[in-house]
Design a protein around this ligand. Sequence first.
Ligand code: ASC
Length: 152
Amino acid sequence: MSRLLKTTIATGLLLAFGAGVAYAQVKPEHLLKYRQGVMRAVAFQFGPLTGVAKGEAQWGPAMAQKAVNLAALSVIAGDVFSPASKDLANSDAKPEIWVKPDDFKMKMVAFQTEAAKLAEFAKADDLEKVMAQVNAVGKACGACHDDFRVKR
Ligand code: ASC
């Protein structure tokens, strides 16, 4: 193995370990605020888009930007349910998330996939496809909430 390769691998391992340690040190209440903030941000992008799908809100560049934001946030949403956050109090996240991680992951990926499609249709300014895709995203949101979020 070349020296450069060894150095690269060693640096990568250090960074990965360092990030893990830094993450573990975040206070639980801050992790919860982060998670709830990200999910709130998701809802604040998606809510207006559901208005578009219902013909109650106007389509335009600002609304298309919300779809792009939603796709980015969906990626972050996949990172806010780490095992380190499984015992947070005052959370609507069900323990099943960490009991059935494969099922949870599948539903999270479905959300991310549908949100990415919505962003593409939005960027293409294809209102007809946007309206249909908003419903697909809503179904993905709901499918995960049904199983993994405490009913309110
Ligand atoms: C929203 C929102 C959700 C989803 C869900 C879709 O606008 O805040 O949690 O849509 O209701 O089933």
